[in-house]
Every structure is written in C-alpha cells, then in structure tokens.
Write a protein that binds this ligand. Structure first.
Ligand code: C5P
Length: 237
C-alpha cells in the first residue's frame, strides 16, 4: 500500500470555513480525512458532503460508547453517511461491540453495500499509566491495550486504534491482518501537546501501523501541504 493510502488527516478545526479551506488545500496530497466529535457536532453534515463530493475517504471518529442497542443504531446511522471507517470504545464492553458489528454487517448485507472498517478504541494516546490508575484500572497500559485488542477481535471488529508503542504487541496477539490505526504521531521535534504516547511516522510504519492519524503536526503547520508531504516521505523511507 502507498503511504498516501495510510495517512489520515484529522480535521480538528473549529470553524466550517477553516475546515473547508483545509480540505481544499490538502486534497491534492491527502485521500483520507478524519472527522471527529467537535467538527461533527458543529458542522458535520456539510463537511461530509464536501468530502463525498471530492471522493475522499472518511474516518468518522465518534468513538461510540453507550448501551449495546444505542451503539448499534448509531453505527448504522454512521454507515448511512457512506464512511470508510468508524470506531467504538472498547471500554463499552464485548456485548456492545458485538451488537455494533452485528448491526452494521446485517444492515450492509441487506443493502448490498460494503461495510466500513470497524475499529475499537483501546487506551487513548493522551493517557499514560497514572491516568489508568486514576480510573481504578490496575493493569499497565500495554496489558490493557492488548486485552482490549483481543476483545475487539473476538467481537468481530477489523482492528483497533492504539499508540504506535503497542503495534508489535497487538499484531503478535491478534495477527498481522488485524488493523492498527495509530494517532499520537509526531515527526521529530514536533510538540506532543496533550498526547503522551507518541512516536514518529517512520517508527509507526516500521512497527507495522496500517494507518497513521495526524492532526496538529499537519493542520497546525505554517504550510500544511508541505507538512503532509514531509510525513508521507518519511513514511515511504
Ligand atoms: O493533533 P493530533 O495529531 O494529536 O490529533 C490526533 C487525533 O487522533 C485527534 O483527532 C484525536 O481525537 C484522535 N485520537 C487520538 N487518540 C485515540 C483516538 C483518536 O488522539 N486513541
């Protein structure tokens, strides 16, 4: 797979105008865009329309976490938006994940359409050991991520979102084909911000990441196109 098919740019901006401008600027070099909860709540529909119009792939990053029936319905609603990838918090439990997978597969089979990639969110990349402990979770981050990945696979999901520090571990227990999508990507010298488990694009690719999610290092750059090109180049090394 080419680097361009693995890079997902997070459209984490606060106005519709900025978002549309960013899509226009980055479209020649970026094929997959991530729409997260903030832009989705504020101006999601218009952005999704624009991305569909440009034939871009969309990772709808709404991290569903609720009772199984509600999550199943939310997942089906997301599929109707013709997206490439959606995700669920593994913390919602196996029943919730299974119900979501069943709902999506059943809906897609009846409609004769391809299901989007279904991912489980493991431990957020903004969290470290002490944050898990504060939640009363006693295991270390790596163990918890591995447990979530195994649950995700057993529930029928296609892969997980995790930091690139856990890719090797996940691939070892869940197999090479089980997808790992990694946020917390920071080229050398970039500011980590609220991310705690960060790695460079090259390191993530070397470890076997299937997709890299990059927000601020691209969208906050003076020249987002150049920043995206540099990351794509590093990924191809
Ligand atoms: O700006 P930055 O590169 O840190 O953006 C990372 C993006 O990936 C954000 O949109 C964030 O919501 C998302 N994300 C994450 N950690 C996860 C799942 C998604 O950072 N576990």
């Amino acid at each position: 797979m080419e680097s361009k098919e693995r890079l997902i740019v997070a459209l984490d901006v606060d106005t519709k105008e900025t978002c549309l401008k960013l899509i226009e600027t980055l479209s020649p070099v970026v094929d997959i865009f991530k729409v997260g909860i903030a832009p989705f709540v504020e101006f999601g529909e218009e952005i999704l329309q624009e991305l569909r119009h440009r034939r871009k792939k969309v990772f709808l990053d709404l991290k569903f976490h609720d009772i199984p029936n509600t999550v199943k319905n939310a997942a089906i609603a997301a599929v109707k938006k013709e997206v490439f990838m959606i995700n669920f918090h593994c913390l919602g439990g196996e029943k919730m994940l299974q119900e979501a997978v069943f709902g999506v597969k059943d809906f897609c089979a009846k409609k004769g359409i391809k299901a989007p990639i279904l991912l489980g969110v493991t431990v957020l990349t903004s969290m470290a050991q002490e944050d898990l402990a504060a939640l009363g979770i006693k295991s270390d981050v790596k163990t918890k991520v591995r447990e979530f990945a195994v649950t995700a696979k057993r529930s029928g999901l296609d892969g997980v979102v995790a930091s690139s520090q856990e890719i090797l571990d996940i691939k070892e227990v869940c197999g090479k084909k089980f997808l790992v999508v990694t946020p917390g990507i920071r080229p050398k010298g970039a500011i980590a911000g609220d991310q705690k488990r960060v790695e460079t694009p090259l390191s993530a690719i070397k470890d076997g990441a299937d997709f890299l999610v990059v927000g601020r290092p691209i969208i906050g750059a003076q020249d987002p196109v150049l920043a995206a090109k540099n990351i794509l180049e590093e990924m191809s090394e």
